[in-house]
Design a protein around this ligand. Structure first.
Ligand SMILES: NC(=O)c1ccc[n+]([C@@H]2O[C@H](COP(=O)([O-])OP(=O)(O)OC[C@H]3O[C@@H](n4cnc5c(N)ncnc54)[C@H](OP(=O)(O)O)[C@@H]3O)[C@@H](O)[C@H]2O)c1
Length: 251
């Protein structure tokens, strides 16, 4: 699979002015940094996540910086049903009448163990959060995205979603599925809509998930989430208009 580096992008300060952008896993790590970066570039960000206190902290940081007021959307991707997603999509239509961007960022790491030992319940949870929830959220938000003049869907992949690696189990398989979902959806939307769909691999980044996967690693050797934001701004803003169905690297 051909992948493209897009981490050198220099975003104009008002790149995302008046854009409404939905971010999953907005309370921590890369999702937190992306929410703040989008807001700093003028977007109204809908902060979705399962830990309310973390979402409130991001909301407060956005307010303190004087960026456009954010919206908090509690959302547990493991438990939410199609009816929950529909309710959420209806609320967005009612409040904004459209959606300009959707960053699928939240993920479960699951177990780092051989397939032979992998717990079926953990496998199911990882696939629910990383794959099924992504499908349901996208499906229900498509009508709102179709109302935008230049909408972007960004899906989060990983190195292990492009080349399989031992002991990465459901997480790796879910990221292969994410790359596949991106290609299928992009091909479907390309002719008939102005919605572009692309995948990003953040690369090794200093977050809680990375520390859980590599406990012996010195986090100071890794890029911070803030340092990889140029790639996210490129994919979410007009810099990537007309680009769809591609896999990008932030580093
Ligand atoms: N960091 C890296 O080196 C790296 C490398 C490759 C790919 N990625 C990908 O980058 C994305 C962001 O990861 P990260 O490194 O920023 O990890 P992180 O700091 O652990 O953040 C993961 C986010 O996902 C949320 N989440 C997990 N399960 C959820 C659920 N059931 N419902 C709603 N939200 C849920 C978490 O919410 P809580 O805060 O409430 O737990 C958290 O906000 C992921 O897709 C990951 O696979 C990361």
């Amino acid at each position: 699979m051909e992948t493209v580096y897009c981490g050198d992008y220099q975003a104009p300060t008002q790149l995302l002015r008046e854009r409404i952008i939905f971010v999953t896993g907005a309370g921590d790590g890369i999702g937190r940094a992306a929410s703040l970066a989008f807001a700093a570039h003028g977007a109204t960000v809908i902060l979705a996540g399962r830990t309310l206190a973390k979402l409130e902290a991001v909301y407060d940081s956005i307010a303190a910086a004087g960026y456009p007021q954010a919206v908090i959307q509690p959302l547990d991707l493991n438990g939410a049903t199609e009816a929950d997603y529909q309710q959420l999509a209806d609320a967005i239509q009612e409040q904004f009448g459209r959606l300009d961007g959707l960053l699928h960022n939240a993920s479960e790491l699951g177990q780092r163990t051989p397939i032979a030992n992998y717990q079926a319940s953990t496998w199911g949870k990882v696939m629910q959060v990383n794959v099924n929830a992504q499908f349901l959220l996208t499906k229900t938000l498509l009508p709102a995205l179709e109302q935008s003049t230049d909408a972007a869907i960004v899906l989060t992949s990983s190195g292990v979603g492009r080349v399989g690696r031992a002991f990465w189990g459901a997480y790796a398989v879910s990221k292969f599925a994410t790359e596949g979902f991106c290609q299928v959806l992009a091909a479907e939307l390309e002719e008939t809509t102005r919605i572009r769909v692309n995948c990003i691999n953040p690369g090794a980044t200093r977050t809680r998930m990375r520390a859980a996967a590599y406990p012996a690693e010195d986090p100071r050797t890794l890029k911070t989430p803030e340092q990889i934001m140029p790639a996210y701004l490129y994919l979410m803003g007009s810099g990537s208009s007309g680009v769809t169905g591609k896999s990008f690297n932030a580093q």
